[in-house]
Design a protein around this ligand. Sequence first.
Ligand SMILES: [Zn+2]
Length: 256
Amino acid sequence: MKTFLTILGCGSSLGVPRSDGFWGKCNSKNKKNLRTRCSVLISKGKNSILIDTSPDLRFQLLKSKVKDISSVLYTHHHADQTHGINDLRAFYFKNKKKTNIYADKNTLSYLKNNFSYCFTEKYGYPAILSANPVKSSFSLGQGKEKILFKSITVKHGKINSIGYIFNKTAYISDCSDINVKNFNKLKKLKYFIIDCLRLKSHPAHFSYNEVLKLVNILKPKKTILTNLHSDLDYNFLLKNTPSNIIPAFDNMKILL
Ligand SMILES: [Zn+2]
């Protein structure tokens, strides 16, 4: 059975354009520069796994015609990865059961503190989510639809974020450093989907030159740049990156 990955969003925390209409260096006429906040969907048959609930989640699911979500993995607690959580209510109403979410300890406590109504019934509104700690190795789905995952902890400035590895693909959307001890898990990748915020360095994200250095070490077959800030125009990246590195765009679909 085939496994697909859809980049639902590849923009940095404020998206491109920003809510005030600012496009930065991105050409507003190129639709591939229209970037919602970072999120991906991995699908195998009816097994649909969402990574992160961005504030654009409803729009992303409608645009990519996603009809169901089986489980949700979180990378970290920041607003651009979590604040679309309310849109998961649709799947409680559809499936009449709670959706399992997986995250590290800090992210789970952030979600439970700030979106308590999703986890505990209140005022007649049912709890819609079940919280689970993410393991270093796990599987989601049943039978032929099962997908195996590994998780690694990476640095994202002063906090940690989780990178997910599945089907010879790594998804690391928010990262400023990866411990060399995890490099062996990132070798022989078919797809390396990696944070590439901008050209200038940033304390919490990889910049373009840092990604190039990492790609030289890990040598994945294809690198897909995500979490793109308005400094990085799609055509600029396409022209200036080596052919094995490509910029993501919203609704990009790949066969894993
Ligand atoms: Zn973040």
